[in-house]
Design a protein around this ligand. Structure first.
Ligand code: TXA
Ligand code: MG
Length: 341
């Protein structure tokens, strides 16, 4: 199949109407959001949604996020919108927050991965919202990468993974947040953070007064343990090289790398450190600026692959604010290998 490429930053671009049409009729299109690029299909068309799993090679029990363009569209997708969900929506929507609630009958088992709940998000990216409006239906959309690979923050990443497998890619330039949305379950008595993202635990706690963080955010699940979020049991974001996170000062990092490096070793470090390391480096943002790290982390993991390294030593990011999301993606890319220096 030929994948149509549409470059635009104008939400009124008439070609987006065509993308909406493709989606309404059961096609697949990759669209930009403020977090990462998403691979969209009509959430009410189970055959179209099956196409998403096929194109990505995604396990069928890993549910999808449903994207809406206006608050009112939420009601039809869930059994009820509780007060705390309304409060969070008024504070953080449109934006990088996904909320999980019991699903209505409008949501089929393919979208929900067989669960009784559904994840919903109202993105802030004007192109994403324009495409949802033109489609006239909510859009199911996971990140537009091949399953297991780093999420795409530029249209070129989507083309690399899914070119020839989907109908269209809308290119609006790089994503501003860089890591996927915060996923929050509102199904239990206490709100539970399942995946950290641009809306931070600090922000959620201030709004809700209480918040549990799922242990899978920090640690590997024991085999056989059922995850709160099915996505957490799969291998993620992993480059072909073996990644190891080194926890400690920059001096300790430098010494460790110096004594363990060979010609196939690469250091994944902060921008300001690259010139101070005598090995090949890929950088992921500035040490003091977690947002810059979020914006760079997936691109950096893709670059690691292009360099052909077989061992990567990575710096340990600060874990406050959006830094928790950076840590969460990096520790998964490292398959939870951490060395304390
Ligand atoms: O920022 C984002 O969220 C991007 C953009 C495109 O919106 N989308 C995205 O989707 O990251 P995906 O499919 O790559 O990640 C969705 C995560 C998965 O870990 C999935 O298991 C979890 O959310 N999830 C979805 N529905 C769920 C549900 N009903 N219960 C628990 N976890 C759910
Ligand atoms: Mg994903």
């Amino acid at each position: 199949m030929e994948t149509k490429l549409i470059q635009t930053t104008d939400p009124h671009d008439e070609r987006l109407r065509g993308v909406g049409e493709i989606l309404r009729r059961g096609g697949l299109a990759a669209i930009p959001t403020e977090t990462v690029y998403g691979l969209a299909a009509n959430a009410f068309d189970e055959a179209a949604v099956r196409g998403i799993y096929r194109a990505k090679g995604r396990p069928s029990d890993n549910p999808l996020i449903v994207h809406i363009s206006a608050f009112e569209q939420w009601q039809a997708l869930v059994t009820e919108v509780p007060d705390r969900a309304k409060k969070l929506a008024s504070l953080f929507w449109p934006g990088p927050l996904t909320m999980i609630l019991p699903k209505s009958e409008r949501i089929g088992p393919v979208v929900s991965g067989g669960l009784s709940t559904v994840a919903v998000r109202l993105p802030s990216h004007p192109i994403a919202r324009a495409v949802i409006d033109f489609a006239g239906v909510p859009l199911a959309a996971p990140s537009a990468n091949t399953s297991g690979r780093p999420s795409p923050t530029r249209a070129a990443d989507v083309l690399e993974d899914l070119g020839g497998k989907i109908d269209a890619i809308v290119d609006a330039g790089p994503c501003s947040v860089g890591v996927e949305s915060t996923v929050l379950s509102l199904c239990g008595s206490v709100p539970r953070l399942l995946r950290p993202g641009g809306i931070t635990p600090e922000m959620l706690r201030a709004a809700l007064g209480e918040l549990e963080i799922d242990p899978a955010v920090f640690e590997q699940l024991q085999s056989g343990e059922a995850p709160a979020s099915p996505g957490m049991k799969y291998k993620h974001y992993a480059p072909r090289a073996e990644v190891v996170l080194l926890k400690g000062s920059f001096d300790a990092f430098r010494n460790y790398v110096l004594s363990h490096a060979d010609e196939h070793t690469l250091a994944l470090c902060f921008t300001e450190e690259a010139a101070l390391l005598p090995v090949k480096t890929v950088t992921f943002g500035s040490e003091k600026d977690s947002l810059s790290q979020a914006q760079r982390i997936f691109e950096a993991l893709r670059e690691v692959d292009r360099c052909g390294a077989n061992r990567v030593y990575a710096r340990f990011p600060a874990m406050d604010g959006i830094g928790l999301a950076v840590f969460n993606r990096l520790v998964r890319a490292a398959a939870f290998r951490i060395i304390e220096l």
